[in-house]
Design a protein around this ligand. Structure first.
Ligand code: ZN
Length: 307
């Protein structure tokens, strides 16, 4: 967030505190910066909280800038849930500028963090290689997601005592579904003919592959801003796809499939989409698809990709 935004924020908050708007609502209000945060809060709260996702469905999560309305929502909510990495560090800036900040929960504070990795063949990034960025995509490991749901439900139960029992029981039933999915991933990896995935895209899945002991190649590390790989990177991925005889090239959701199509055609294999849950399409959002639905679609994809 730039200096102008911070100044704007200060003015907005001053104005909001003068008008005292929205203060007669006694419900428990949660603001989530992005889809993984929103999904976790929704799974625990069900209908027993008012939850707003600030990132519009279907949009790019890394370049999002908060609007004045987002700032007011954070200032007036009971709990803000956010990733806590580079893509929504503006949440911390807003919280720290408030005299009476809401309770907050960052997904990246709940688990052991990895730094972004530069795998063989990946596109070189322009910034200094010695600066290792934190990989913020912690939710892509189902085991991490279980810890996130458990910790968030405890925090929410403590903040909204009247609903504490509901929050805890909702969390337990969501966790049991994630555990089933984790078991499915593990058995696919155990019986799979191969253990390497090839992504023709960015690679926000380091926590996932580490959890299941998989190898990978990808065009870009983490969520690099570049999205057009060089001919050299494309050629490397084609060679790997041929050498390993993979049945499919993977692409992440909400990104162009052009490069994946080129590699798949050259290597004579299919293209499949692997959900990272960074954000969801508007139609998936409004139909209420959740982590279990979308990560669950990856079970079938992984089975194809490893056999
Ligand atoms: Zn990302």
């Amino acid at each position: 967030m730039n200096k102008l935004s911070v100044l704007l924020l200060a003015l907005i908050l001053l104005f909001a505190s003068c008008t005292g708007e929205d203060n007669d609502d006694s419900g428990f209000r949660i603001v989530a910066s992005d889809f993984p945060s929103y999904d976790a809060a929704r799974a625990i709260a069900g209908n027993d909280a008012e939850i707003v996702m600030l990132l519009p469905p279907g949009t790019e999560s890394h370049s999002y800038d908060p609007t004045p309305r987002d700032m007011i929502r954070i200032a007036e909510c009971d709990l803000v849930v956010y990733t806590g990495g580079p893509s929504d560090e503006w949440v911390r800036t807003i919280i720290s500028s408030l005299d009476t900040p809401p309770a907050s929960f960052a997904l990246t504070d709940q688990v052991e963090l990895l730094t972004e990795e530069h795998a063989e063949g990946m596109e070189e990034e322009e910034h200094d290689h010695n600066v290792h960025e934190i990989d913020e995509h912690v939710w892509t490991s189902p085991r991490n997601e279980i810890v996130i749901i458990r910790n968030l439900s405890e925090l929410m139960a403590g903040l909204n005592l009247a609903m504490a029992d509901d929050y805890r029981s909702n969390a337990l039933s969501y966790i049991s579904k994630i555990e089933e999915m984790d078991t499915a991933f593990r058995s696919i990896v155990q019986t799979g003919k191969r253990h390497t995935l090839i992504f023709a895209s960015r690679f926000p899945l380091l926590y996932f592959v580490r959890e299941y002991g998989l190898e990978y190649y990808a065009a870009f590390p983490g969520c690099a801003e570049e999205s057009e790989p060089s001919a050299r990177t494309v050629a490397f991925l084609i060679d790997k796809a041929r050498e390993l005889e993979v049945p499919c090239i993977l692409n992440i959701e909400l990104s162009s499939q052009m490069i994946a199509d080129v590699i798949a055609e050259e290597a004579g294999c299919d293209v499949m989409v692997f959900n990272t849950l960074h954000n969801v399409t508007a139609s998936d959002f409004y139909s209420g698809k959740n982590y279990v639905d979308l990560m669950g679609e990856n079970v079938g994809v992984l089975r194809e990709a490893l056999n």
